[in-house]
Write a protein that binds this ligand. Structure first.
Ligand code: TYM
Length: 335
C-alpha cells in the first residue's frame, strides 16, 4: 500500500527555536515512519523580508543540518532546498494568476509583518502564501504538519485547490490534491518567555523571549531564570489568568515526554524557584544530543551537500510531473 505524503518546511532565517521544534519538526520526526515525507528549507520565503546575502547560504545549511540532527531519517524522508527546484517559483507564478488579490490582503501574518515594515513591504511578502501553496501542491501532499500560525495559509492553499480544480479540472480529473493541515493540540503554539500571551518568534527583537535549539546550557539556564512568571505558589496548566504557567508546564511536559496528569501532580505544590532549574535541566538534556549531532554534521560539509543533492533529484522528479500537469491543464504549448 502506498503511504500518504507529507510536505513541510522551515525558513532559514537565523536559528530555530523551541516553537519551531515542538510545533513542527518534532512531529515530523515522530510521524515519519507512517508517511512518505518531503521536508524543504524554504529559502525563497526567507527573502520576503529584507535579508543578508552573506548569511542566507549558511543559514540554509544550518536548517538542513538541524532537520537531520533532530532525527529526520533519510530512509523515510527527503530533505531539499526550495530554490534548487525551479518548479516552486514557476507554479507560484501560475497560481498568482489564479489568486484573487483580496485573499492575500487579509492574511494575518502579512498584516502583522507589513505593519512592522512600513513602506518597505515587498510584493513577495504579500505573495508568500501563494509560494507556500505551490510548495505543498507540487508534491500532492496529503498532510502538512505545521504550528498553529500557519493555519490560515493552509486554508488559502485549500481554497486555491477548489478554485483551480473548478476552473481547469473536472471532478474525474482534478488538477490538485486537497491537503489537510496536521496541527497537534499541544506544542502548536509555544509562547514567548517574556510574555505568555505572545507567540515565541524568530522576529522578536529580544533573544530572551525564545530558546534556540543551538543555545548553550548556560544561556538556556539564564533565559529560563529570567522568564516572566507570577508570585503564586503551586503550578497548574488550567488557570487562564496564568498563561506563562501554562506555557512553561507544557514545555516541560513535551520535552520530558510525560503525561499532562503526571506533570500536573508533580508540580501542583512547587514554586518557581524549584520548577525553573527542573525545566532548565530538561531543556538542556533534550537539546544536547541534537546539538552534538548538529556539530558533527556541520563538520562534514560534503555529506550534507550529498543529502541535499539527492533530495533535489527526488523532489525534482515529483515536482516536475505536477508542474507539467498544471501547464497542460492551463493550455500552455509544450516545448
Ligand atoms: P516558519 O519558518 O515561520 O516556522 C516553521 C514552523 O514552525 C512553526 N512555528 C511554531 N510552532 C509552535 N509555536 C511557535 N511559537 C511557532 N513558531 C513557528 C510554524 O508553524 C511552522 O510550522 N510559511 C512557513 C514555511 C513554509 C511551509 C511551506 C510550511 C513555506 N512553505 C509549506 C509548510 C508547508 C513559515 O514561515 O514557517
Amino acid at each position: 500500500m502506498t503511504k500518504a505524503r507529507i510536505l513541510s518546511g522551515v525558513q532559514p532565517t537565523g536559528n530555530l527555536h523551541l516553537g519551531n521544534y515542538l510545533g513542527a519538526i518534532k512531529n515530523w520526526v515522530d510521524f515519519q515512519r507512517d508517511f512518505e515525507n518531503f521536508f524543504c528549507v524554504v529559502d525563497l520565503h526567507a527573502i520576503t523580508v529584507p535579508h543578508d546575502p552573506q548569511v542566507l547560504a549558511h543559514d540554509t545549511r544550518t536548517i538542513a543540518a538541524l532537520y537531520l540532527a533532530c532525527g529526520i531519517d533519510l530512509q523515510y524522508s527527503t530533505i531539499f532546498v526550495q530554490s534548487h527546484i525551479c518548479a516552486h517559483s514557476e507554479l507560484a507564478w501560475l497560481l498568482n494568476c489564479i489568486t484573487p488579490l483580496n485573499w492575500l490582503e487579509r492574511m494575518i501574518q502579512y498584516k502583522e509583518k507589513a505593519i512592522k515594515q512600513g513602506d518597505n513591504v515587498s510584493v513577495g511578502l504579500l505573495d508568500y502564501p501563494v509560494l507556500m501553496a505551490a510548495d505543498i501542491l507540487l508534491y500532492d501532499a496529503d498532510k502538512v504538519p505545521v504550528g498553529e500560525d500557519q493555519k490560515q495559509h493552509l486554508e488559502l492553499t485549500r481554497d486555491l485547490v477548489i478554485r483551480t480544480n473548478d476552473r481547469f479540472g473536472s471532478p474525474e480529473k482534478p488538477i490538485f490534491k486537497m491537503p489537510e493541515p496536521l496541527i497537534l493540540k499541544e506544542g502548536a503554539r509555544v509562547m514567548s518567555l517574556s510574555d505568555g500571551t505572545a507567540k515565541m518568534s524568530k522576529s522578536d527583537p529580544s533573544e530572551m523571549s525564545r530558546i534556540n535549539l543551538l543555545d548553550p546550557p548556560d544561556v538556556i539556564a539564564k533565559k529560563i531564570k529570567k522568564t516572566k512568571t507570577d508570585p503564586i505558589k503551586g503550578l497548574t496548566f488550567d488557570d487562564p489568568t496564568r498563561p506563562e504557567c501554562h506555557n512553561l508546564l507544557t514545555l516541560y511536559r513535551l520535552l520530558s515526554k510525560q503525561s499532562k496528569e503526571s506533570v500536573a501532580r508533580e508540580c501542583e505544590n512547587m514554586g518557581w524557584g524549584q520548577f525553573k532549574p527542573l525545566l532548565s535541566e530538561t531543556v538542556v538534556s533534550s537539546l544536547a544530543p541534537i546539538q552534538q549531532r548538529y556539530q558533527e554534521l556541520m563538520s562534514e560539509p560534503t555529506y550534507l551537500q550529498d543529502v541535499l543533492s539527492q533530495g533535489k533529484d527526488k523532489a525534482t522528479a515529483v515536482a516536475d510531473r505536477t508542474l507539467a500537469r498544471v501547464q497542460d491543464a492551463l493550455g500552455f504549448l509544450r516545448p
